[in-house]
Design a protein around this ligand. Structure first.
Ligand code: G1P
Length: 303
């Protein structure tokens, strides 16, 4: 089995109920943080980590994702005529030329595990990564979270799950891993539970939207029964994989924003504006003005 991970799967069918009605006709991953949709940040992370094959698992409202990564001839012509080179480059540059995009339909919303299984034929027999684009992770020192996981994969020749520590009262929002021995940021996984109560959680290490798998996960997913909510869970397949192969958890470095929630999305927008040279100064000024106005201290400010 090759250690080089070339294929990344992006499940993009999710609505994001936190954002309805904004996500009624277009998927959650098309929500923009400043001027790029979440899915483009995820693709840029994958490409910067060495991905060449991008597989998007789509649903009823995901046409906008395919259109986003396609050429937009008329728009490009207009920008060219108007000599708007920056905008033209941004519009054209959604994926570099050496990258292949494949679109696979998930016919019914049967869960994350089912979405990954829908991509089986497109993945082939190679190791692959899964990226959940609503988890936006700012690279640390230029090293994307996925690239850190890919390194851990090539050292250990085994599946690696990206994790971060989560507060006690938030275990029920994540897959939580149980770990045996650890070496710095890398841990041997010996259990995984989907969204447990704090009392049942095997640790406080939450699974946060990045995975690198050996192809054996696809066998584990095949025939996996749905859970009580009718969902085929990736977490359950990982638990099954643990019975036949080693699996590692890696505590990646990087600031993470849960853009599947309105608050996380708002925080991401502010944090990314503060990082952008063209927006930093005015964003800071606005935040200072808010602080000085006393509106942040007022408990019932309905403005
Ligand atoms: C999914 C996974 C869960 C993981 C989470 C965050 O849940 O099932 O294990 O911790 O993503 O990346 P969701 O948030 O889609 O319900």
């Amino acid at each position: 089995m090759t250690d080089h991970v070339r294929t990344v799967v992006f499940p993009v069918a999710g609505h994001g109920t936190d954002f309805l009605p904004a996500t009624k006709a277009s998927p959650k991953v098309m929500l923009p943080v400043l001027d790029k949709p979440l899915i483009q940040y995820a693709v840029e992370e994958a490409v910067a980590s060495g991905a060449e094959n991008l597989i998007f698992v789509t649903g009823r409202t995901s046409r906008a994702v395919a259109d986003h990564f396609d050429r937009a001839k008329e728009l490009e012509q207009r920008l060219q005529q108007a000599e708007k080179q920056d905008l033209l480059n941004a519009t054209r540059g959604t994926t570099p030329a050496h990258v292949r995009c494949l679109f696979v339909r998930q016919p019914r919303p049967l869960g994350l595990g089912h979405a990954v299984l829908c991509a089986r034929a497109a993945i082939g027999g190679e190791p692959f990564a899964v990226v959940l684009a609503d988890e936006l992770i700012a690279a640390s020192n230029g090293r994307p979270a996925l690239s850190q996981l890919m390194d851990a994969f090539s050292w250990n020749h085994a599946s690696v799950i990206g994790v971060q520590r989560v507060p006690d009262d938030r275990t029920s929002l994540y897959g939580i891993v149980g770990v045996r021995a650890g070496d710095g940021r890398l841990h041997n996984v010996d259990a995984i539970v989907e969204k447990p109560d704090p009392s049942r959680a095997p640790s406080r290490l939450g699974v946060i939207g990045r995975y690198v798998f050996t192809p054996a996960i696809l066998d584990a997913l095949e025939g996996m029964p749905p859970d009580a909510d009718g969902q085929i869970q990736l977490t359950d397949a990982i638990a099954r994989l643990l019975t036949s192969e080693g699996v590692y958890a890696y505590e990646y470095v990087g600031e993470r924003f849960d853009c599947g929630t309105r608050l996380g999305y708002l925080q991401a927008t502010l944090a990314y504006a503060l990082r952008r040279p063209d927006l930093r100064r005015e964003t800071r000024a606005y935040l200072r003005q808010l602080l000085a106005s006393g509106r942040l201290d007022s408990p019932s400010d309905g403005a």
